[in-house]
Design a protein around this ligand. Structure first.
Ligand SMILES: Nc1ncnc2c1ncn2[C@@H]1O[C@H](COP(=O)(O)OP(=O)(O)OP(=O)(O)O)[C@@H](O)[C@H]1O
Ligand SMILES: [Mg+2]
Length: 425
């Protein structure tokens, strides 16, 4: 910051021609461009038309005085920031105070010392250039910040899309299971029905024509062939299977509905246990392998919340817990426990959801960073480090908090605290 221009365009306003001449000459010798004005009115017009870098302004002038000139300059957008140095024979403190109050940056008393004028002019020119350079830098920084924010939004969006992709794949897999289940049972039922049809037909055909012993013999034969007793046992079982498959599909679709309320603006009475169950259904194909899920649910009041957003918090934390326990040396001992309680703190009712895992824990030296956007310890493609940052924001929106306790080798607990009667932002 040391190569500021030392010269600039300076406007000198003074009603005394001798002063104008002297000041003009000495400033010109220092390499400044000079514009001199014997009257305030003209000076204001010229400054507005083509602002100089600095103004040296006498106070005591006929028509409009220096104070008025300064006031008019400060009133106008294009001249508001021009540095004005008053140069006057007035020496009283109140004159100086008035000059500064009107926006003057300095005050030189007449008769002046040439060196003093040069020093002050130089300082104020330098300050002006520094200010302009800072403003320029500020603009660049502002632009950079805007770009960064836009890039961050874009990343958050692509993170959501990627998460959605994983979910869709998981859900497709999830729905496939009960659909196969239903299909197998329906095919079985179809076969059984064909066998039954044969039996009924045989019965009808010989019901009237055959003598009773032959009829019975024939029916016994067919019953044996179609394994009638087994068929009667397995048919209701297959119907139960179909109903179970339908129930499971409905459950998955129900949880998807909760997730699709993501961008819903209004809040609604939300049952947190339903939300936890929906999150578990959505993540099911990730946690069913070997992970034991323990639940301790206390009776909870429903809270007013954005269910689509809160489920995102639950999904983020549960999916981190799943990632964590999968790193265990003995993955068959992987446990994730979910505990809910209602709590009274400072006369306010809260619900507390604690999600614990017995994964490897979070090292102490990174514990303070995990909520930072883009902080991740996962490999490229496995995580971008936005899950907890997004969850933190959502909990804040609900006037809640999210805390973590972790002991390396023991595991991690995330605690979500939500006020029961909250005003969601
Ligand atoms: N239960 C946990 N056990 C161990 N480490 C965890 C746990 N939860 C979070 N972390 C650590 O915190 C980091 C940040 O988590 P966050 O959810 O914000 O991002 P991510 O899981 O890495 O990526 P993303 O969620 O965007 O896919 C993780 O990379 C991991 O190091
Ligand atoms: Mg995550």
């Amino acid at each position: 910051m040391n190569d500021f221009r030392k010269s600039g365009t300076i406007m000198v306003v003074d009603d005394k021609p001798s002063n104008l001449k002297l000041l003009g000459k000495m400033l010109k010798e220092k390499g400044h461009q000079i514009r001199i004005f014997p009257k305030g009115e003209l000076a204001v017009k010229s400054a507005m038309a083509d602002p100089p870098d600095l103004i040296l302004l006498d106070i005591n002038m006929p028509e409009i005085d220096g104070y008025e000139v300064c006031r008019r300059l400060k009133e106008n957008q294009s001249t508001r920031d021009l540095p004005v140095i008053f140069i006057s024979a007035f020496t009283a403190t109140e004159d100086k105070i008035k000059a500064f109050r009107l926006g003057g940056v300095d005050f030189i008393t007449k008769p002046f010392q040439v060196e003093e004028v040069h020093a002050r002019v130089e300082i104020h020119l330098a300050l002006k250039y520094i200010k302009a350079a800072l403003e320029e830098k500020n603009k660049v920084l502002e632009q950079a910040l805007n770009d960064l924010q836009a890039a961050q939004q874009q990343l958050i969006l692509s993170e959501k899309m990627a998460a959605l992709g994983v979910l869709v794949a998981g859900i497709a897999h999830e729905i496939n299971n009960p659909v196969n289940f239903i299909k197998t049972s329906v095919v079985g039922l179809q076969n059984d029905m064909q066998d039954l049809e044969e039996l009924i037909q045989a019965y009808e055909t010989c019901a009237e024509t055959c003598p009773l012993p032959i009829r019975l013999e024939q029916i016994v034969k067919i019953k044996k062939k179609i394994d009638y007793h087994l068929l009667m046992k397995e048919m209701p079982e297959m119907v139960r299977n179909v109903l179970e498959g339908i129930r499971r599909t409905e459950e998955i679709i129900g949880s998807l509905r909760t997730y699709s309320r993501l961008d819903k603006v209004e809040t609604e009475k939300t049952d947190l246990h339903e939300l936890i169950e929906a999150a578990l259904v959505i993540l099911k194909n990730r946690h069913k392998k070997q992970i034991r899920i323990l639940k301790h649910y206390a009776p909870l009041p429903s809270i007013s919340a954005h269910p689509g957003k809160l489920i995102q918090v639950l999904i983020n934390i549960l999916s981190n817990a799943i990632d964590a326990v999968q790193k265990k040396k003995e993955p068959e001992h992987a446990v994730i426990s979910i505990e809910t309680t209602e709590q009274l703190r400072n006369k306010t009712n809260y619900v507390l959801i604690q999600i614990s895992d017995n994964g490897p824990g979070i090292p102490k030296d990174i514990l303070n960073n995990i909520f930072d956007p883009f902080f991740t310890t996962k490999a490229v493609g496995e995580g971008v480090g936005l899950g907890l940052a997004i969850s933190f924001g959502i909990m804040q929106e609900h006037q809640g908090t999210i805390e973590v306790h972790s002991n390396p080798d023991e595991g991690t607990t995330f605690s979500l605290l939500l006020p029961v009667n909250q005003e969601v932002i």
